[in-house]
Structures are given as C-alpha cells and as structure tokens.
Design a binder for this molecule. Structure first.
Ligand SMILES: [Zn+2]
Length: 354
C-alpha cells in the first residue's frame, strides 16, 4: 500500500507526540510542511532522490520516513478530528490530473494578502504571479483594521490601496495583459456578525469577504453567529468559515445545514480557504453545501506570491465533494462576478429600505 503525503503528515504528527526536546517541534513542522510539498515523498524515493529536498526534512527525519515507507507502517487507524479531512498538495495534484477540464475552468483566486497587511508581496507581485497562472482576475483581500495583530488596514489605507490597484491594472492593460485586480478586503467580523469598517468605504470595493478571528475555541453551537454574518448586508463571501487550523484548533460548531440553506437563500458564498493548514470548508461540509445548492468561493489566503498554487487544494476538495461547476464563484468571468455582487447589493438595499 503506497504511503501518500497525507498519511505521511499524520505519521509525522504522531511521531512528534512521542518525541521529546527539539524533535517535538521538528516533527510537528515536518507534518505541517508535508501538506504542501510539491511532490510526494514516494516519487522522490522512486527517483533515487533524497527526501531532504522536501521542506522541513533533515537527515534525521528522512531516516525515519524511509523506515516507515520500507516497512509500510501505514496502518493509520482513526485520524484524530483535529487533523481529519486535510489533504496534501501533491495528492490534490494527482487527483486534478485525472480531470484536467476541472482546473481549466478556474478563472481566478478570491482571497490573498499583500504587504498592505500581513502579506509579503506587493499588489503588482501578486498580480504577476496570477498572470503566470493564466488567471483572469484576483481579489486583493487584506485584513481590516480590527485585526491589529495582522496589520489590518483602516479606511484611509484602503483608499491608498485603491490607487495602487488602479495603477497595477493600468500597467497590465498597457502591456496587453488580461488580468483584472479586484478591490476587496477580508473584513473582521465580531461574534455578532458585525464588521469593523465604515460601510461607505466598502461600497467602492468589487467584493467583500467577512471572517471571524475571535472566540474560535467556543464549543457551544454558533449557528446564530453564522446566520448573522450571512445577513450582514455588506459582505458577500464568508471566508474560512469554521476557523479550524491543522493540528491546532478544531473550529466552530453549527447547524451547518441551516447555515448553507440561509446562504443559498441569500445567494451568498461560503469559502474554501485553500491554505494547507486551513482547508476550510472541508470535504464533509462541502457535501452539505452541495445538497443546499450554496455558492462556493475559492481563496488561497496566500501571504506570498508562490502560495497561489494552494488553489489546487480547494479545487480538489470541490471536485471530491462534486460541487457543480455552476456553483463555483471562481469559474465565473469577471463580468459575471460583478453582476452577482451588484445584484446582492441591490437586494440588501431594498431589504434595508423595507
Ligand atoms: Zn482570516
């Protein structure tokens, strides 16, 4: 039975739990890294290459991994919830190769950060990476001011960013490029579903993501929080809905069937945050989203230009969950996304007027 990177991540995580000293962190780190290794460990070994080529693998851990593979110690048993339903990038890639037309439908990426908040790239650098991938659009979604720890931006900085985005778009079209950089934000929501930005500053954006970054360790039912967030008239996409983090936090509980039904009624989208540590929504919830007919948006949550490749984790999850192509926001053209957002805003305005 071949050992996948997904299973290897689990074995590395378990090893960290029985190690002591510096090895605890080394194995934990290797486990997290295994989720985004570009190739499978087995492929490397088959080509007589060293596993040290993979990030977070040194000679010591390499020996351990070789031992596992040699003895086929892949009897994983039950995976603990905190690490369940995560996939490794190399495994996602293998799946997508079997259905290439799926990936070809992808037009863009709808969550990423730049150096305006806690990302490392400029708007232009993210746009250049997106053009290499052949995208039609990307949404720049830096954190909003309430999330101080991530360098969240206020209304004034958001206006400043608008000029940089306009300049980037002009430079792209002058050079004959087709990419459109969309103005957006990842607005921080409090547990009541309320945002932290002046609504006037949001109305000039192409789209608005909302997400929770606080009270994420509560264990009681949070359905009301989700319904409130979806009903917030200023947001159209709920980002990393559960707030789960690989091997660190389980994420929130809710009556998800109700949450997805409400999203479908309001015609809003829930996100697959494709960041390897998040993969949120996960497969189990995506299947519920499919039954409810809810729109699904894909965002890498990239903080560096190279991380745009994480999109494949979301594409593979959507494919596994059999989300219809029509329900995937990122399969729409720029024009169709703009129409969808305009329609949602019009609806919110007429609802507020009532
Ligand atoms: Zn976030």
């Amino acid at each position: 039975m071949p050992l996948t990177n997904t299973e290897l991540a689990e074995l590395l995580a378990r090893q960290s739990e029985i190690e002591s000293g510096v090895l605890v962190r080394a194995f934990r780190r290797a486990a997290r890294n295994a989720l985004f290794w570009p190739e499978s460990a087995l492929t490397l070994l088959a080509q007589n290459r060293s596993l040290v080529e993979l990030s977070a693998i040194g000679p010591f851990i390499e020996k351990r991994v070789q031992h596992w593979i040699k003895t086929l110690e892949s009897a994983l048993g039950t995976i603990p919830l905190i690490r369940r339903d995560f996939s490794a990038l190399a495994d996602a890639k293998s799946l997508l190769k079997k259905k290439p037309e799926w990936e070809k439908s992808l037009r863009g990426d709808l969550q990423m950060h730049t150096c305006w908040s806690d990302g490392s790239g400029t708007v232009a650098a993210m746009a250049a990476a997106a053009r290499e991938r052949g995208y039609g659009y990307i949404a720049i979604t830096d954190h909003s001011k309430g999330l101080k720890i991530a360098g969240g931006i206020d209304e004034r900085a958001l206006r400043g960013q608008a000029s940089e985005i306009a300049e980037t778009n002009r430079a792209i079209s002058r050079g004959g490029g087709k990419l459109t950089v969309l103005r957006s934000i990842e607005m921080n929501l409090n547990p009541l579903g309320e945002g932290d930005m002046d609504p006037k500053s949001l109305s000039g954006l192409d789209l608005v993501l909302g997400s929770f970054h606080s009270s994420l360790r509560r264990t009681d039912d949070q359905t009301e929080r989700y319904l409130a967030a979806l009903r917030n008239p200023h947001i159209q996409i709920l980002a990393h809905p559960r707030g789960r983090i690989y091997n660190f936090r389980l994420g929130l509980k809710a009556d998800w069937a109700r949450v997805f039904a409400e999203a479908a009624t309001l015609d809003k989208a829930l996100e697959i945050d494709c960041y390897p540590d998040r993969q949120d929504l996960n497969l189990t919830l995506l299947k519920l989203a499919r039954s409810a007919g809810t729109r699904v948006s894909l965002g890498t949550d990239a903080h560096h230009p190279w991380q745009l490749e994480f999109i494949q984790l979301g594409l593979a999850a959507a494919l596994r969950a059999k989300i219809p192509a029509k329900r995937i926001v990122n399969f729409m053209s720029t024009q169709r996304i703009k129409h969808w957002i305009a329609r949602l805003r019009e609806r919110s305005r007429s609802r507020q007027a009532q």
